[in-house]
Write a protein that binds this ligand. Sequence first.
Ligand SMILES: [Zn+2]
Length: 449
Amino acid sequence: MLAYLRQRKQLVPASCITLAFTIFSCMWLLAAKASAIAVIVDGETQFLVASRQEVLQTLTQMEIDKEGQVGFDLEMGNEVEFKEVFALSSKLVRAEQLAALLEQKVDFNAVATTIMVNGQAVVSLVNEDEARQLVEQFKGEFGSVDQGEKLIQLGFEEQVEVVEERVALDQICTREQAYDLIKTGTLNPEKYIVQEGDNLWLIARRNDTYVDEIKKSNNLTSENLSLGQELIVVKTKPLLTVVAQVEGEKVEAIPYETQVVVDASAPATVRVREQGSDGEKKITYQAVKKNGVIAEREITSEEILKNPVARVLVKGNQVVQVASRGSSGISKGVLDWPVYGPISQYYRGGHPAIDITGKTGTSLRASGSGYVVSAGWNGGYGNCVVIDHGNGYSTRYAHCNSLNVSVGQKVSRGQVIATLGSTGRSTGPHCHFEVMYNGSTVNPLSVLK
Ligand SMILES: [Zn+2]
């Protein structure tokens, strides 16, 4: 090339200078702009580096460090690509800056196992075995059978799947958290601040929960509350429903009937002429239980072991006026709640009562003092108690599991008269609570405390 230029030197000096300049420029540019690597995260170019190896090593080290911190497998949640470019060496990110830069650009996800209920992700754990055990543990706990029962089939009402998934680190739960979540339906229970005049019963009722639940979730040993106290009010709605089909056999009481003999000359108190006694029957049944509560029950056979003996009472008909409350009629706060729990049915046409739900076996208390005027089986009401409070009021407690009182017995306010159940025409455990005033039903909520 130089020889050629030299030969033509005298002929084209201007062209020669231009050519030389061009060649010099190209060489200078090539020397300054080196080959570099553009780092692209999720489709966007972030910065330039000298080698892709540096980036890959840094990312690997970051993953190892983070895995060490959390104690389980991680996976990068971003797509990192590289592209060869030419760049000035001053524009390249130095190796020691790389980790800090990448820290801002990439996230790591956990390789988790997610429990799906009806196609919806409910909770994620890192360990697949733990997730599967959790589901089985729930099934075992909520599908346990009572004494004398045989389990026929056990399953979930919902479609439950355990799938592998990548989730953000903050979505990972411990086994305990996950179990509580499935059991109560919430990870962040609502808080309630105790106000003037509150008590646990009222708080439970307003929040559709149970006193026992509140005591349990707040570790309360007594029912005393202080003003401004914060309470966790967990609304327990399990995310899974264990359906157990069972066959059972048990001995049930046949409640005795009560015959009342009216004696015109006697005062309006009740005397017992004949003590009654319950009979006994052995029943076999098939039942469907949902999370431990009987949803359906069918009696398949019944054998009477002992016949009941009727109770005979003598009642006078001379009315004694007790504590007149004036002609204004009903008044708020006359009666106490027989039990506290969410109300599933309110007082309305066709349902002259409130249905207070609760667990089978919970104590039912007399709303006021008075005399038991009826206690025993009463058709659709199931096991049922009626108390005459004497001041125009009487109260009925239906669908009881068991009865603790008998006709003619004097009871005091708050005394346990029965336990909550689901006998008679009932679809689940509750107390059908009726209040009668001067012979007609009134809305219990208008007279309860
Ligand atoms: Zn009812």
